[in-house]
Design a protein around this ligand. Sequence first.
Ligand code: ATP
Ligand code: MG
Length: 396
Amino acid sequence: MSNIFGSSASYEVIRRLEIAGHEAVFVGGAVRDHLLGKTAKDIDIATSAEPDEVKAVFNNTIDVGIAHGTVLVIIEQEAIEVTTFRTEGTYTDHRRPDNVHFVKTLREDLLRRDFTINALAMTKCGQIIDLFEGEKDLKERIIRAVGNPTERFHEDALRMLRAVRFSSVLDFDIEAGTLQAIHDNAHQIKYVSIERVKIELDKLFTGVNPLKGLNTLFSSQLGKELSLSTNKTEELKRVLPFRNALEGWAFFATIAGSTPAKLANHFKLSNEERNFIKTVHEIYSKRFISDYTLNDYYVYGLPELKCAEKFYGVSATDSMTRTDLEIEDNKNSLPIQSKQDLVVNGRDLIEWTGLTGGPWTGKWIGKIEQAVLHRKCENTLIDIKDWFMNDFKYEK
Ligand code: ATP
Ligand code: MG
């Protein structure tokens, strides 16, 4: 049996479930990506076995979402998600089914999946089960809802954003009826938790054709509903592709017209993300006033500097922007990259002066840092001591 996913563990999971008398197949993104010739990030297995039955087959399992039928099987040092065939009950809030029902047939399970390209299944022998012409849509590079798109988006409004995300990630077009339903129902995205929205946007920003996804986001009003609209489409075209999702967020926090604080609060960004967009905004704003100083190169990280310069490059009227290489060279040629690079510390100062330690040492290490950075002295023990003994005045 060919091992399509490069994971013998997932085949072993299916094999053992089958031996125990259950049906089990690969489903969803893993099958889609395999047919596209890509390596799947995560492998999902669907089975007729109920969670307790799955647990009875394997020694090592973790309950990750028993209520939704998902058990994590740990096998051959891999963790494989196994989900019982299920349908979803009624949706009263457009975001989560009120309950899920386990079902016995794969057909019923595939019916609840969002798009035809995501509703493909594959047996362990590589046979494709395609109930909704998903393979045809894959070939034609189309994202089409399974069933009636309006009904499917009413059930779970996130699917609209997933369609847009897949159009960016896969560079596929959204089928006309599905697209129309996104336009008509965009306002319902407000029912979806911001955490789920954020995950999709991260993927959208870093897709192979983010412009495609972003254009649909803007034209469908999904962008407006999510406070991610902009009229700076020319600038957007020129900053793409984003090097990573952080740059996408930074774009909206600077050029597109939002602010770092608004964006970070609205999308519950992590501290790392918040700091990144705040710093890019700061560098970008300063850059219109003057070129980077030695201190700017010292204080700011390379990713932030490069991102801000790219944004400046598409917004400024002059063409004197710096290349990534210039920025890297300028940063790398600083005498030190941080205080830790100094060859002296507070203990040296105490030894040289014979004084007892105190806040003065920290203050003078700061001064030495600036002296070395601005090349008033070299980062050597002799040079620093010379400079220090000359300039040192002990202030109580
Ligand atoms: P990725 O490559 O980003 O993991 P994926 O298609 O595998 O994409 P997942 O979120 O991992 O996406 O979901 C796995 C599968 O579960 C999907 O392929 C789809 O069949 C189904 N699915 C996920 N989210 C939804 C949803 N909101 N509505 C319906 N089906 C969904
Ligand atoms: Mg997946």
